[in-house]
Design a protein around this ligand. Sequence first.
Ligand code: UDX
Length: 437
Amino acid sequence: MKVAIVGLGFVGLSLAVVLSAKGYDVFGIDVDVKKCNSIRKGISPFFEPGLEKMLKNGLKKKLKISDDFSVIKNVDMIFVTVGTPQSKSGAIDLSIMKNAIKTIGKIIRDSKKNQIIFIKSTVTPGSMEKIILPILENTSKRKAGKDFGLISNPEFLQESSAIKDTEYPHAVVLGGYQTKFMNKAKKFFTKLHSNTPIIITNHQTAEMIKYANNSFLATKISFINQLSNICQKIPGANVDDVAKTIGLDPRIGKLFLNAGPGYGGSCLPKDMRALINFSSSVGIEPSLLNAVEKTNEKQLENIIFKISKTLGKLKNKHITILGTSFKPDTDDIRDSISIEVIKKLLKKEAKVKIFDPKAMENTKNVFNDKIEYAKSLSDSLQKSECVVIMVHWKEFEKLNNSLISKMKKKFIIDCRRVLINKELDVKYYAIGIGEKL
Ligand code: UDX
């Protein structure tokens, strides 16, 4: 079985190394020549636990990386995992997808194979039927369902556990027409993920499932964040105990109830905006989704408000930001709340110093010399008048009185309650914990 994966981001590269480890002949393809060269040397373009080791193993076997799309002529399956970024209007921008499928269509035109094309990229409902399918049929001069298969196959992997999620997804969704290709796809996924539920549905529903999934996760986060704000007004109240207990109710579930500075990353914010946009376009007022998004934005303002309340005017105040990635165990800073906090602090002319175990380089690319980059956790505290913990990196748990003694003013805002159980000689404020009277 020969497989091509078009688009080597988190989803595509994770899939490439996992399928390669399972013994498939895998061609990883990307238009970015520099990226391909680096991956071919066994260097991942981003940090993802376990990925680079699998990549190196795969390259020793049958994993091939190329910017040349022509290899897809001879494969059995093509997974499209290109980005669908957000456009100015909030809707998704399908231009990368359109280019990719035009190229694929032209190449499969003269192929003797009957490829199955899986669209893994997140696209709003109707995109397959109205845009992707017609482009593929036009460029290939072949008929979907007869000459090639076309299946919506959204993914649910989380960065930082991308390999595990690719190997063991909670569900496999196959959207499309009930053709011989669908049967083949079902067999392929049953073999790949035994015991995983396979949901077979139409394109539109498959597309909607992805948005439903991410918007529900975002709703859970905004829900607990709003409760955390209420808890803060109740002296001694603890949002984590509330979350832990309601999470025991199987109707609620314990995951995604960690209060914090709001959700970020390359998916939840973008998918929320796209669903809000889509909902309005079909005449449904997305009142709940709007509230979820607004609650998320408010969370950022709350942090800035708290810093200002304690430090007064922020001009020339030394503030340390711990964690700039959008969550732990990744170097990804896309739509990271921490980056937004830094931008707001710079507007107020504060002196910002940052430390992140993995995302220093990516952060440098955004702020250059506008902020200071600490060499270590300890270095980040020198002269600081306020430390803001934005991300729960394990390393930040090491903060103790000896390290804190380096600070000029001992004030910590802990957005993730990393230090909640420590006795520290510091003015401490944690999101979700009611300040004692
Ligand atoms: C998300 C979805 O979880 C995944 O299913 C989808 O395929 C892609 O988008 P990811 O972007 O990797 O995955 O991040 P996720 O782990 O969902 O976290 C998103 C944001 O929410 C992060 O900023 C994180 O810190 C925040 N978050 C998450 C919370 O604040 N509290 C929580 O309880 C969970």
